[in-house]
Design a protein around this ligand. Structure first.
Ligand SMILES: *Cc1c(COP(=O)(O)O)cnc(C)c1O
Length: 426
């Protein structure tokens, strides 16, 4: 037999294997060759037989040419930042696939002329929030705030309460973001209390605008007070409200969460929000408000640097006009139905039991809100194999158990979930 390393098949021979040849067509030569090289390496190291190289290479092929993998979110955190925030609806996914080809994003097919970029998405947003005279979409809410500061406060002051100097996450802080435009922050009030007088004494010739930020990822409780939009709107300077999570109208499940329609009705000149939190759409920054102001934002040179891709516009429009996205379904799921699903699933899994639990909104939204939920409780040792399985399932560790919270799992994913748990417990 000789040295087994001699028997390791050559790359050009392996590339003629039907499954690997097909994979080369779908995934590209570089990717398939790197998978083959890894399998050859394992054979040379004696981990597998040389005759198994092709089989191992086939098994190791990724599903797509991108390394991002679909994950089942069983954490019970509806908008999970590390899992990509809002999952898109089927309608939005299909819109993205269509828009990924050549598309009329900036072209009028009837006249053959250039047309307004993303007009469908903008019209859908305007229709959802009739209180907004104008609407614009940028990369994310941070970009919306940046553009607002560039337009309304160049060399001027942004008046903001000390209770609203928020860090968004991953070390990014709204105050620093705003100051990076050259605007100065004029902090008013204290961490827990800010009064209208604090604002009126700070406002003057240097004021660019008053910014009210929803402290979306924390709560200050006890001896607190803040000034509402209605009162701030009476001041003689532009009022910008960062609502954070992107609810366009009040939500019955989240009565404490601000929404764009109410903020505009109460007198905000401009509202900024994210697209991929409670709105349930793609990453985007929404700007809604007074028509002339929105037009100035749109025309600022920096607007081009913050402009969204056609894929985003497609997903946003489909989220707004299409069926409820997964975030909305997760928020409104009936606890009794979640419990029934948990019991059906647990009955099929050895060592599992159905439990009542508590889900959260997450993604910097509705802190302190607990959504009654149900899940499947497994031994804690299941967590790692589930996470590294196929598809990966990410649960929540709670009191020495691994809980798979069903509020964030779509019912269509139940069978996959059962198969994933059975695969890692066998
Ligand atoms: C999440 C959040 C942001 C940042 O939004 P991105 O879309 O992630 O840029 C800004 N402000 C508030 C209040 C938020 O909750």
């Amino acid at each position: 037999m000789g040295d087994p390393r001699r028997r390791v098949p050559r790359t050009d021979v392996l590339l003629t294997h039907p499954r690997l040849a097909e994979a080369e067509r779908v995934l590209g030569r570089t990717l398939v060759k790197s998978v083959i090289a890894h399998a050859q390496q394992r054979a040379r190291a004696g981990e597998i037989e040389p005759e198994q190289v092709a089989e191992h290479a086939v098994a190791a092929l990724p599903a797509t040419a991108a390394s991002l993998r679909p994950v089942i979110n069983a954490t019970g955190v509806v908008v999970h930042t590390n899992l990509g925030r809002a999952p898109l609806s089927q309608a939005a996914l299909e819109a993205v696939t269509t828009a990924g080809r050549a598309t009329d994003v900036e072209f009028d097919l009837a006249t053959g002329r250039r047309a307004k970029r993303g007009r469908g998405a903008l019209a859908a947003l305007a229709a959802e929030v009739p209180e907004a005279g104008g609407v614009h979409v940028v990369n994310n809410n941070a970009a919306a705030l940046l553009l607002t500061a560039l337009v309304l406060a160049p060399g001027k002051e942004i008046v903001i309460s000390r209770g609203e100097l928020v860090e968004i996450g991953d070390g990014f802080r709204i105050p620093e973001l705003l100051e990076s435009t050259g605007a100065r922050l004029r902090e008013v009030g204290t961490t827990n209390r800010t009064s209208l007088r604090d604002y009126t004494t700070a406002i003057g010739g240097e004021t660019g605008f008053v910014l009210k930020v929803h402290p979306s990822n924390f709560q200050v409780t006890g001896f607190t007070s803040a000034v509402g939009i209605r009162e701030l709107a009476k001041l003689d300077v532009p009022l910008v409200v960062d609502i954070g999570s992107g609810l366009l109208r009040p939500h019955p499940v989240l009565p404490g969460e601000p929404d764009a329609t109410t903020a505009l009705r109460e007198g905000a000149d401009l509202v900024t929000a994210s697209g991929d939190k409670l709105l349930g759409g793609p990453q985007a920054g929404l700007l809604l408000g007074e028509a002339g102001l929105v037009e100035r934002l749109r025309r600022h040179p920096a607007a081009r640097a913050l402009r969204v891709d056609k894929l985003t516009l497609a997903a946003l429009e489909a989220t707004l006009v299409g069926p409820p996205p997964p975030v909305e379904k997760a928020l409104t799921a009936d606890p009794a139905e979640l419990r029934a699903r948990a019991e059906r699933i647990a009955a099929r899994l050895p060592g599992a039991r159905a439990v009542d639990c508590s889900a959260a909104v997450g993604g910097g939204g509705a802190p302190g809100v607990e959504l009654p939920s149900a899940g499947v409780s497994l031994p804690e040792t299941c967590a790692a194999p589930l996470r590294t399985g196929d598809p990966p399932v990410v649960g929540r560790l709670e009191a020495g158990r691994c809980v798979l919270d069903l509020r964030t799992v779509a019912p269509e994913e139940d069978e996959l979930l059962v198969a994933a748990v059975l695969a890692c417990s066998s």
